[in-house]
Design a protein around this ligand. Structure first.
Ligand code: UDP
Length: 278
């Protein structure tokens, strides 16, 4: 997507929910291959650069959505970009709404068997007209993978939701993308099916309004502390980067405003982690 922004070691696309859904429709209507949509959050800033295959999967993704508030704030601070969150689970539901209206078949791959069964039913009820053309739980063995891919292709699914958690889902896509014949959009949705079926409760609106969804999730699932400890580190690194840019801009006043996003410190080419063309 044009205008992709570098956020430390990852990227994010400056899309709104509306634009993301329009992009999905375009991928299905005009695309001839499977397009990847992945969510970006501070945790990925640490995991992606450490793993070359994950790095390539993110670099080559068609749409990197600003899933969490950390990335939204970082984009504002580093690029003066006014992004709003596009939570993966909400985009998934919007894609289901679109699929129901347009007749795109969806395939659910991932989560525990009972969650997958329930999710297929809940989504079909919630979006009348939606066709869940197939589903599989997320515990298929390597030996079973060719059969699963055949099943996905035979289903004629246009949309494939990968609910395997990160980085498993992104790596699965990188490995199997070229084997997918009917799928045009593949979204990595992590634990969204657990949320859709009510097994994991989403934060109450007040937490969402205050951008504290992460805190709510941490309080309900303290085992996530290990993963969320990267948040303060991420904030510190973003502030460090910002400071560095401001110092550079002071030292080189001729380079301020170079990004075209208004006056003030901006990112110089070497400061941005820019994906290669794809
Ligand atoms: N999961 C799976 N296969 C596995 C491991 C996990 O399908 O081998 C599922 C798990 O049941 C859960 C999801 O992947 O539904 C991971 O959820 P989590 O909230 O950890 O993912 P995140 O959204 O944080 O990436």
């Amino acid at each position: 997507m044009n205008g992709r922004l570098g956020i430390l070691e990852t990227w994010v696309d400056p899309v709104t929910m509306e634009k993301a859904v329009a992009a999905v429709e375009g991928y299905v209507e005009k695309g001839e291959r499977a397009h990847a949509i992945f969510a970006v959050n501070p945790e990925k800033n640490y995991s992606v650069p450490k793993d070359p295959s994950l790095y390539r999967a993110f670099r080559d993704a068609d749409l990197l959505i600003p899933d969490g508030i950390g990335v939204v704030l970082a984009a504002r601070l580093l690029h003066r970009a006014r992004l709003s969150r596009v939570p993966g689970v909400e985009l998934m539901e919007e894609i289901c709404r679109l699929a129901a209206a347009k007749g795109y078949g969806i395939f659910l791959y991932g989560a525990r068997e009972e969650v997958s069964v329930d999710a297929a039913r809940v989504l079909a009820e919630r979006y009348p007209g939606l066709t869940v053309v197939g589903r599989a739980n997320g515990f298929v063995t390597e030996e079973g993978m060719p059969r699963l891919v055949d099943e996905i292709n035979a289903s004629g699914a246009r949309i494939l939701f990968l609910a395997l958690g990160s980085p498993r889902q992104e790596k699965w896509f990188a490995t199997h993308r070229d084997e997918l014949t009917s799928v045009r959009v593949c979204q990595g949705i992590g634990g969204s099916l657990d949320a859709v079926t009510g097994r994991v409760r989403r934060a109450p609106p007040v937490f969402c309004r205050l951008n504290l969804e992460w805190l709510y999730r941490l309080l309900r699932e303290p085992s996530r502390l290990g993963r969320q400890k990267v948040l303060p580190l991420f904030a510190l690194r973003v502030l460090g980067q910002k400071l560095r840019l401001m110092l550079q801009a002071t030292a080189r006043p001729d380079r301020s405003g170079a990004s075209g996003r208004g006056a003030g410190p901006s990112l110089a080419a070497e400061d941005v982690f820019v994906p290669e063309e794809h």
